[in-house]
Design a protein around this ligand. Structure first.
Ligand code: UTP
Length: 297
């Protein structure tokens, strides 16, 4: 029986420069899609996949995240007094069991690989998940759950993978595929942000991972890679051809890059349109502005 994946790392120590000036005062992960911050979508996905321990790698200026997951006695008692039970229910999702959440500081933004490494002592000798909250995935079965199910069969290291248009491929880590196995692929190489002529495929790694604790050992010895940062991809690539191996899962679902402005806006529209309480009004508004624009052309 394979060991269950019950711990997840959420690296949230980046500076979020693409959203300045907003991110001067508000962590990117607290920005909201409709009425829920990005981090809530990530936590919900982790819970659905069986994660019980949530490890945040944070940095200066991220205290709003800690407050978000804390109980808010004054707010709760005000809502209770007013009989707002529905809102009290909504708040429940933001509460964590005592001891289920941990915060570690990354003192310098040395890269995603370094952020993950900062959590090594809390991971110990167990397989673990990594979730980048910027990548929001709308899916019938949450993406990490799909990965945990596939991991039960394969073990090893697993990354979430999706096809990207060739002109965008060099912004991602790309997989070199050794073997197609249905929705899974066995990986024989990984390259972080290659030049277009060096891209091994257009199958890109996005922000969901299940990793063996060996990745932490690899990160121990890592030097900076692409962009002068310590790259998680490089540490995973060292496991290719080893006993555990590396797999990519072509997950079912739609991924939004909420770390970019265009991706965030697309997610806002898509999530707004799929909310029963907003759908009709919002869709007819969108329809109206598109028609007005067309008429003006
Ligand atoms: P990004 O590459 O999106 O960087 O990081 P960023 O700082 O968040 O945003 P921009 O590019 O300046 O706008 C991908 C993920 O890795 C985390 C980020 O918080 C984000 O979740 N990260 C990145 C760290 O935790 N530490 C780092 O040193 C770098």
């Amino acid at each position: 029986m394979r060991r269950k994946v019950t711990k997840a790392i959420f690296p949230v120590a980046g500076m979020g420069t693409r959203f300045l000036p907003a991110t001067k005062a508000v962590p990117k992960e607290i920005m909201t899609l409709v009425d829920r911050p990005l981090i809530q979508y990530a936590i919900d996905e982790a819970r659905a996949a069986g994660i019980r321990e949530f490890i945040f790698v944070t940095s200066r200026g991220k205290s709003a995240l800690e407050d978000y997951f804390d109980h808010a006695p004054e707010l709760e008692s005000a809502l209770r007094k007013k009989g707002k039970t529905e809102l009290l229910e909504v708040l429940k999702d933001t509460n964590m069991d005592s001891g289920a959440i941990a915060y570690i500081r990354q003192h310098k933004a040395l890269g995603l690989g370094h952020a993950v490494w900062c959590a090594r002592r809390l991971i110990g000798d167990e397989p673990f998940a990594v979730i980048l909250p910027d990548d929001v995935i709308a899916a019938e079965k949450p993406c990490l759950q799909q990965m945990v199910e596939a991991y039960q069969e394969t073990g090893g290291n697993m990354v979430a993978a999706m096809e990207v248009p060739p002109e965008k491929a060099s912004s991602y880590g790309l997989l070199d595929v050794e073997e197609e196995m249905g929705s899974l692929v066995r990986v024989r190489g990984m390259v972080e942000k290659p030049k277009p002529e060096d891209a091994p495929s257009n199958l890109a790694v996005i922000g969901r991972y299940i990793l063996t604790p060996k990745i932490m050992n690899n990160l121990n010895k890592m030097k900076s890679g692409a962009g002068g940062e310590i790259q998680l991809t490089d540490a995973i690539a060292q496991e290719i051809g080893g006993a555990d191996g590396v797999y990519g899962l072509r997950f079912r679902g739609q991924r939004f890059d909420c770390g970019s402005k265009a991706g965030f806006l697309q997610a806002t529209v898509s999530f707004g349109m799929s909310r029963p309480d907003l759908r009709d009004e919002f869709t007819s508004y969108l329809h109206e502005i598109v028609c007005t624009q067309k008429a003006a052309q």
